[in-house]
Design a binder for this molecule. Structure first.
Ligand SMILES: [Ca+2]
Ligand SMILES: [Ca+2]
Length: 70
């Protein structure tokens, strides 16, 4: 079971400009920092799209949280 405080910290780490939404570019950068350099922008975009519930191409915390499975 996911912990919302941990999820929030993880979300904030990925959301590097702190606007409350994760873009494909931020996601790609975060994965690169974790050592996964194989993630391209188009891969990051498709990962975001798979979790993006309202179709704005951004991942809000609510969308991030529901992806984790609550
Ligand atoms: Ca952001
Ligand atoms: Ca969204």
């Amino acid at each position: 079971m996911a912990d919302i405080e941990e999820a929030r910290k993880h979300f904030e780490r990925i959301d590097s400009d702190g606007d409350g939404f994760i873009t494909a570019a931020e996601f790609k950068t975060a994965l690169a920092q974790e050592g996964d350099w194989n993630v391209t922008e188009s891969v990051a975009e498709s990962v975001i799209a798979a979790r993006d519930l309202n179709g704005d191409k951004l991942l809000s915390f609510d969308e991030f949280w529901s992806y984790l499975g609550k």
